[in-house]
Design a protein around this ligand. Structure first.
Ligand code: NDP
Length: 331
């Protein structure tokens, strides 16, 4: 019988849901990859708001569980049936299950993507989850193109700064909101056509002013509870509301009749994981994202970096609205 090689890797786990202090750095077993799996040694990993939802229990997981949804590194071993990666490859991913806050792990290979040499591990750790999200928001959720208008909330955040640049490169008019004048300036520099500080101004009134009373074609809302209602009021008749996050808390149940009253609005609650579930589609989306980064259409904004040991401080900064752009965790 074959004996399984069992290594240990420093890994952030939670045993109970709760605050940032619940995250623990432990030695966690890492075995050999099974069919369809790889073992990857991480060089950097990414911080995302979904990590907060998993830590607090808004998105439930069986505990104890490792955390982190995104990383980049080097493929160390490949299980049977994996053909798109080999030992020694540079690779990156945004993928379930959580476990990216670690030195190394075994995971399903389908969503792990070969990484072009032109993109560093740190850049990859910053772009996979947030960049693939922007890819599906702009290309796979509702038809949208040159001349269309989008309201994008938290435009100076991780997903936000990608969205501003992506919209500019596609000729889409983007109105970005952010929580301070400094953040508004960042969003504007990244390509937002208009910016609104939604902590000091009524964003619905501002959007009406900017659009001459017409409203926008699409709203992309990752803020959730605090902005949902107002977002609907910013749409043109037949407009599309894309709710994709809960940074301020989950959106309460929606009365469908509201959508009729506000002009036959469309509504989706979108998630990246639907889009990347298919291996071929995930790889295609990653190619698209990498080409945008390599061409310079989209620049990677790493706003802050924390070592793995300071993961609690990283979570506090993200939840406390202290971060801009992407945040990476170094190992
Ligand atoms: P961000 O870097 O955008 O950080 C969240 C930002 O939300 C804050 O910086 C803050 O910006 C804003 N915000 C508004 N209200 C609050 C509040 N009460 N508490 C905390 N933050 C608040 O995070 P990410 O780029 O990681 O993610 C952005 C959103 O997109 C999140 O909701 C995330 O869950 C969602 N997402 C969804 C995906 C999907 O496929 N469904 C995939 C990826 C991300 P400001 O101060 O400017 O208001």
């Amino acid at each position: 019988t074959e004996s399984k090689e069992l290594n240990m890797a420093r890994t952030i786990i939670i045993e109970e849901v709760g605050g940032p202090e619940n995250m623990k750095l432990v030695d966690w077993p890492v075995g050999d990859p099974g069919p369809g799996e790889i073992r990857i040694r991480h060089k950097a990993c990414g911080l995302n708001f979904i990590d907060v939802y998993q830590r607090t229990g808004l998105y439930a997981m069986k505990l104890p569980h490792a955390l982190g949804m995104e990383a980049a590194g080097i493929v160390e071993a490949v299980g049977p049936g994996v053909t798109h990666l080999k030992e020694g490859d540079r690779a990156a991913y945004a993928s379930m299950p959580p476990g990216a806050y670690s030195e190394a792990r075994v995971m399903p290979a389908a969503q792990v993507c070969p990484l072009p040499d032109a993109i560093s591990f740190e850049q990859a750790a910053a772009i996979m989850l947030q960049g693939l999200t922007v890819e599906y928001l702009f290309h796979r959720t509702t038809p949208i193109g040159k001349g269309d208008s989008v309201l994008f909330h938290a435009a100076a955040g991780g997903v936000g700064l990608f969205a501003c640049q992506w919209a500019r490169s596609e000729g889409i008019e983007l109105i970005g909101t952010a929580g301070s004048d400094e953040k508004c300036a960042l969003a504007k520099a990244a390509g937002a056509d208009h910016v609104i500080n939604y902590r000091s101004a009524d964003f619905v009134a501002e959007v009406k002013k900017i659009t001459g009373g017409k409203g926008v074609d699409v709203v992309m809302d990752g803020v959730g509870k605090d902005t949902f209602e107002g977002s609907l009021d910013c749409l043109k008749p037949l407009g599309m509301m894309i709710s994709f996050g809960n940074a301020s808390g989950p959106v309460p149940p929606v009365n469908l009749l509201t959508l009729a009253a506000k002009g036959s609005l469309k509504l989706t609650r979108a998630t990246l994981f639907t889009h990347i579930a298919d291996h071929a589609k995930c790889q295609e989306m990653a190619q698209h994202l990498f080409s945008k980064v390599v061409s310079g259409d989209v620049k990677v904004n790493i706003g802050q970096t924390f070592p793995l040991e300071e993961i609690a401080a990283a979570h506090r900064a993200l939840e406390g609205r202290q971060t801009t752009g992407s945040t990476i965790i170094t190992l």
